[in-house]
Design a protein around this ligand. Sequence first.
Ligand SMILES: [Zn+2]
Length: 819
Amino acid sequence: MEAQRTISGEVEIRQALDRLDTLGSVMMIAAHPDDENTALLAYFSRGLYLRTAYLSLTRGEGGQNLIGSEQGDELGVIRTQELLSARKIDGAEQFFTRAIDFGFSKTAAETFTKWPREKLLADVVWNIRRFRPDVIVLRFSGTPRDGHGQHQVSAIIGKEAFSAAADPSKFPEQLQWVQPWQAKRLMWNTFAFTAEQQKEEAAIKDKLPVDLGEFSQELGFSYSEIAGMSRSQHRSQGMGAAEPKGSTKNYLVTIAGDRATKNVFEGIDTTWSRVAGGSAIALLIEKARDSFTGRRAETLLPLLVEARTRVAALKDPLAVRKLHEIDETIALLSGLWLDAAADKYAATPGTPVKIAITALARVPMNATLTSVKLTGMDGIPQLDLAPATLVFNEPSRYSLTVLVPQTEPPSQPYWLVEPKDGALYAVRDPRLIGDPENAPVLEAHFRVRIAGAEIEITRPVEHRYIDHIYGEQLRPLAIVPPVGVTIPEQALVFASAAPRRIDVFVKANIANASGDVYLDAPSGWHIEPATRHFDLASVDEQTTASFTMSPPSSDASGELRAVATVGGRKITSSTEVIEYPHIPAQTLFPASQAKLVRAPIVTLSKNIGYIVGAGDEVPSALRQIGCEVTFLSADDLVRADLSKYDAIVTGVRAFNTRPDLRANYQRLWDYAQNGGTVVVQYNVLEGGPFGGNPTLLDHIGPYPIKVSRDRVTDEDAPVTFPNPQNPVLHIPNEITPHDFEGWVQERGLYFANEWDPKYESVLETHDPGEQPMPGGMLYTKYGKGVYIFSAYSWFRELPAGIPGAFRIFANMLSASKAQ
Ligand SMILES: [Zn+2]
């Protein structure tokens, strides 16, 4: 929503002319949003005018969201847009593979058990063949020094792809669309966070220094400053970054190809002379560039138009791309404003969208609009336009109504349309792989005759509106079904055979939406009534359809689907709009389904006080097993009567995020002393090279506990019981190894590695090949009550409906009653 209109006018024209004169390209490869060296991207793109790309293997969906509750697919959509916002600032392009960020992994081998190596390599090769970079820069080394296994894999695969992309016997199915491509050089952009790594870096021979703190007079910033602005777009990761001034040395090392000793593009022709027939073009563009005084840019048009004619005659793929750049530069010099705005941001199949088309020449010159063509849907009408002279600074306006075809699919991001293929997205059209986002629903192609040339400019059809706080805004046009149906829980857990009310939300995307909604469950699950009718008068109106559900009498699991029928059309998805100020609004359509679980779960504690930290879905999971959950405020921590709670639970990272909790920890120990149960979930150990305050966790338990960065990332790692008599393993639910089956993503993180002998370890687990880690769950009696530290990932397992996780959590809540 926040408009970024900083680099414009004279600077934009200078950058466009310099870019027209440069034919080199570079691609950086790493694993996640935020791995990229943004300053280096800005230096390549805005300093050296190269075509620059960042290929991130993943969309970062496995991380933590620091700005909202979106996780998984939704978080991947947010991070994709954050990267695109960052790229608008540093000037690079953004690509991806099909790989899904499945969370932290310690080794490359562990990562390769999730990501099929050949498919990942194919995607990186495809991106290279499509982009054709002269130089490829790896962010990581491909060794354990990189930390995260996914980081290591990005470099291992990057090295393989450097030669595989040039080998026609590799992935020949891609050759119907692209040619093999051999980049000239593969480099590693070294990094050193620790003193040890700094020593290693200093010892590397033949490394090429680049000063990213170099100040650009043209831009008024150094590349490090631009990087700070760009990096600060990663808001969901809390990546607000400094804009450092002064020299910032970086190093690049040649790994394959000709060794560079002076500069990154040494021995690589990045001028027009690399294209046959290019030298004459270079002369014209250089002349245009050199004669630009900052005013009356339109006087350069004859030179660019002549260059355009010559470029259009060339067959070289580089020239084809340059033709598009020349057209945009001509439009820029001419102050051309070409716009196609939809009267709404969401449209349903079978309904009209009115499109306002505007063409305006804001510089006095001879310009004629010859045609406007809309693409993106089948059978749409076209503007019947006689060539029209554009009058200086007087907008020419046209309008057109498009009826969205009944067959038009909802605008789900292309990588979320098909069910996932393990830890890869399934993409039906292989040509889409790598694209950061869907092509716009509708595009307008303007043809304008200027100074003897006919240029083509393409603009997306978007909704343009005025926000009273943020000003003029744009929102992408989305195709949506008439209603969205939502089951609010990811999993519905039945702790007993008692029937329960299930609420389904139906929300209108059109006015006067009427229909029925029903639930589709496996046999044995009884639902009443069979259908519910709804009538929704206006857009965005929502109603709740309630059903009563009786689970089978014995253990069972299955899938529940909610289905709405509107005018003979079945809708099986929710309509979710993600809106944040730093990214364009995103619309997606998660399936309206929930996991069903019937499992025996008993809890002796019903009345739970919850101290929310960074935010998690544990409270709503506890309500499913019959708990009453009350959120404790800062005021409650100071003076409320805590003795009414059967147990008090601290949410994830509560000691990190709640100064009121850190100030009032003694009240929790007093509460335990008097017979209560305190459960502390995981907290992050801060400090070290990335900053933060390591003292936040000084009073995390009544006796000393030292939290470490130890984590167990294998969700199937065996779990054992170091003290088999501990009541948490027996009361009221008897815990067995079976309760650790089916877990998701990991076992836990930020385990303790030192603790007072008054604590007893309840569970032990560790990743394959590592030392035992008994510090994930610590138990102690305290006065008449019990304190439990538990860094297992309950915040993932409970919302996912893992029955064993519920049974163990219920035992923790029941601990003081179980003595
Ligand atoms: Zn990373």
